[in-house]
Write a protein that binds this ligand. Sequence first.
Ligand SMILES: Cc1cn([C@H]2C[C@H](O)[C@@H](COP(=O)(O)OP(=O)(O)OP(=O)(O)O)O2)c(=O)[nH]c1=O
Length: 188
Amino acid sequence: MTNLILASSSPRRKELLDNLHLTFEIKSSDVDESYNPNLSPEEIVMELASRKAKAVFAESSDSFVIGSDTVVVDEVAVLGKPKDSDEAFNMLKSLSGKMHSVYTGVSIISPHAEKKFFVKTDVLFWELSDEEIHKYIHTGEPFDKAGAYGIQGIGSTLVKEIHGDYFAVVGLPLSRTIRELQIAGFRL
Ligand SMILES: Cc1cn([C@H]2C[C@H](O)[C@@H](COP(=O)(O)OP(=O)(O)OP(=O)(O)O)O2)c(=O)[nH]c1=O
């Protein structure tokens, strides 16, 4: 039987895939997540997704492996996960009152080929006061999340509008991923 493996340590990605009642394994890889700053956001997320999937596929080459990566992009920077409260504050301050884009890249490696794609979702934040930002950081929610917020949690209260795939913002564009898996030959 051919296995399905999610190459991720993200509890959100696991929960998203769990919703589909598929049988899959989790194997996380410890890949270097640095990237060439000259790459575009879509190139960055597809490259990192591919690195994560390849590291796991190297150990399980008879499986279908899914790797994924998410970044938040505003007018000035590509935002990953904040290192500390100050960085979280600066990220949320720069997102306040504006539209930004969330890019999620996915790599599906099957025994015969690799398919990479990305999904871009636009998110508009309410105007946030410094007090509101500090209060949110105090919940601890921002720290393991790109752009320092989680739309699936208390971070939902920061979001005024979303244009695109909610699941891609949380970390895995579910419906597109399943379609690409099927095209790659995986039987649900
Ligand atoms: C914008 C946003 C991001 N995120 C999360 C999704 C990702 O887990 C994380 C971005 O970091 P990633 O490096 O994409 O993923 P990860 O390190 O958590 O997990 P792994 O590499 O093992 O797969 O931010 C949310 O949970 N909610 C959100 O609203």
